[in-house]
Design a protein around this ligand. Structure first.
Ligand SMILES: [Cu+2]
Length: 356
């Protein structure tokens, strides 16, 4: 005679096996997934402003680096190959490296640096959600402050808040500075006496930046990053910005501002109800930053252009070629993965002889 508990156990085993099979065939967004990416580091030159180009060490040939978009709990592997003439590493800024401290990217503490021609595989769990980023951790004075070695990693939370769910348009804005004196001299720059003379959003200074085009009723999330060495006072006209997250952490009490101070390493998520049709600027309120090599006007500036509103005669960006992905707004609608971005690609520079 078959005992009842045995039947129960058998049924439970069959049910568990069926559930596992289903989950494998149709992984729900809530399940951790493995993400494998490849990145190179290349020597290219990017045009920051009209007439000003800067040699950089660029992740996948672009500055900012490609968007890495994953979900909280995912297992991430990034294979990095250094095609440049100097050593580098990658620090995953904001990832806590739970049980994976050797992946923290700090030469001399967690690993050896990645020498010219070498590769390294970073493996870690996306152990916390938010607006995170990655950057080199070798000679950060030069490589991060003036050579563009930074990019965004967005880790979606398992349980987004109601206001996060209300977002209809996303944008990433990475602020940084540049030093014209050493723009074309690898191995120099970023020291305390060196002077920054270009200031940018996503590695472009006005007028080479782009507008943010929106519709009335959009709920816009902007992720503001301090990727370089300057502190930027990001001021938006005509709207209330609700700060919801600092460094990826949700605030217990989100608060409204019209100016956000974004210092080196910091990230702020702001959510804005776009309910005031017109053309409104957003700019750095540090006056010096609004210049290109001392000439006004330049720097980190964009314009919110509402659909259906006619610009004034003589609008500064009249007839400008529009790039909808300049703030990663298109890539951020395309699910999870690594996204290269054409507008950020540099031009290859003649490779120097590798330093041993
Ligand atoms: Cu580096």
């Amino acid at each position: 005679m078959i005992k009842l508990p045995l039947i129960k156990r058998t049924c439970e085993s069959i049910l568990a096996a069926a559930l596992l099979l289903l989950a494998t065939a149709f992984p729900s967004p809530g399940w951790a997934e493995e993400r494998n990416f490849n990145m190179t580091i290349d020597e290219v030159s990017i045009e920051v402003a009209p007439g000003f180009s800067n040699k950089v060490f660029a992740f996948n040939g672009q500055v900012p680096g490609p968007l890495i978009h994953v979900k909280e709990g995912d297992d991430v592997t990034v294979h990095v190959t250094n095609n440049t003439t100097l050593a580098h590493s990658i620090h995953w800024h904001g990832i806590n490296q739970t049980n994976s401290w050797r992946m923290d990217g700090v030469p001399g503490v967690t690993q050896d640096d990645i020498k010219p021609g070498e590769s390294f595989a970073y493996k870690f769990k996306a152990d916390r959600p938010g607006s995170l980023w990655y950057h080199c951790h070798v000679n950060v004075w030069e490589h991060v402050a003036t050579r563009g070695m930074w990019g965004p990693i967005i880790v979606d939370p398992k349980n987004p808040s109601a206001i996060e769910k209300s977002v209809t348009k996303d944008a990433i804005l990475m602020m940084s500075t540049w030093e014209g004196k050493y723009a074309n001299e690898y191995g120099k720059g970023g020291m305390p006496d060196d002077v920054a003379n270009y200031f940018s959003i996503n590695a472009k200074s006005f007028p080479s930046t782009q507008p943010i085009r929106i519709k009335t009723g959009d709920v816009l999330r902007m992720r503001l990053y301090g990727a370089g060495d300057g502190t930027h006072q990001v001021h938006m006209h005509g709207h209330d910005m609700l700060i919801t997250h600092k460094d990826g952490y949700p605030l217990a009490n989100p608060y409204y501002v019209d100016t956000v101070p974004v210092g080196p390493g910091e990230r702020f998520d702001v959510i804005v109800k776009m309910n005031n049709p017109g053309y409104f600027v957003m700019h750095d309120h540090v006056d010096k930053h609004m210049t290109n090599n001392g000439a006004m006007m330049g720097g980190p500036m964009t314009v919110f252009e509402y659909e259906g509103v006619k610009p004034i005669d003589g609008y500064v960006w009249e007839g400008k070629a529009f790039d909808p992905n300049f703030f990663y707004s298109v890539s951020l609608t395309q699910g999870y993965g690594l996204f290269n971005s054409a507008p950020f690609m540099g031009k290859p520079v003649e490779q120097r002889r590798r330093r041993k």
